[in-house]
Ligand binder design. Structure first.
Ligand code: SF4
Length: 213
């Protein structure tokens, strides 16, 4: 190390040479973000009870700088989707996700959030929150234990460690587009599909079929 410090390209005064360490911008940036991931304070079903346990004294995720659960998406870095995602709830989840500032992460906690769980194929439940928002970490279980969620949070930290400030999409020139909020009608409708849907069931053809009947 001292040889590097004495390099003419990197002049460091002799008295400082034992007190200077050199690292990369990525490492400092990732270390600061991974050590202060603030989760959003909301829960959807039984998995949320386990999430609450992780915040309590026995598991204590304040050890990871994550104890500041925020009641506002605008102050949150992490959305822990803890519970069954119903069709009625998904428009709110997407809206909250859009309101979170970047960098932002999503953790699907439990079988329901990851793929519908025991309610998969139910008329009122979506088969995984990843059909609507991008998920970074999946935690299996029904419910996952607090230890499993802790492992998921550590996995997220490891993922953050591997990111580079030069390649993450939120620092690129193009602004990120918000995800269109699904519309809940008789079923969920993606606003991007409205033109296709209205083409298929135009008011004229509907009124004709009513008149014909
Ligand atoms: S995965 Fe199991 S414990 Fe978690 S919300 Fe679904 S049914 Fe409840």
């Amino acid at each position: 190390m001292s040889e590097d410090f004495s390099s003419p390209d990197l002049p460091v005064p002799e008295e400082l040479q034992g007190q200077v360490s050199i690292t990369t911008l990525d490492k400092i940036y990732n270390w600061s973000r991974r050590s202060s991931v603030w989760p959003m304070m909301f829960g959807l079903a039984c998995c949320a009870i386990e999430m609450i346990c992780v915040a309590a004294s026995r598991y204590d995720f304040s050890r990871f700088g994550m104890e500041v659960m925020r009641p506002s998406p605008r102050q949150s870095d992490l959305m822990i989707v803890s519970g069954t995602v119903t069709k009625k709830m998904i428009p709110q989840i997407v809206r909250l996700y859009n309101q979170m500032p970047e960098p932002k992460y999503v953790l699907a906690m439990g079988a329901c959030a990851s793929g519908g769980g025991p309610f998969k194929e139910g008329y009122n439940v979506v088969s995984g929150v990843d059909k609507f928002v991008p998920v970074d970490v999946y935690v299996p279980g029904c419910p996952p234990t607090p230890q499993a969620l802790l492992h998921g949070l550590i996995t997220l930290q490891e993922k953050i460690d591997k990111q580079s400030i030069s390649s993450v999409h939120w620092y690129q020139k193009e602004a990120s587009e918000p995800i269109p909020v699904p519309i809940l009608g008789p079923d969920l409708i993606d606003p991007r599909d409205i033109s296709k849907i209205s083409g298929r069931t135009s008011p004229t053809s509907e009124s004709e079929s009513v008149a014909g009947s």
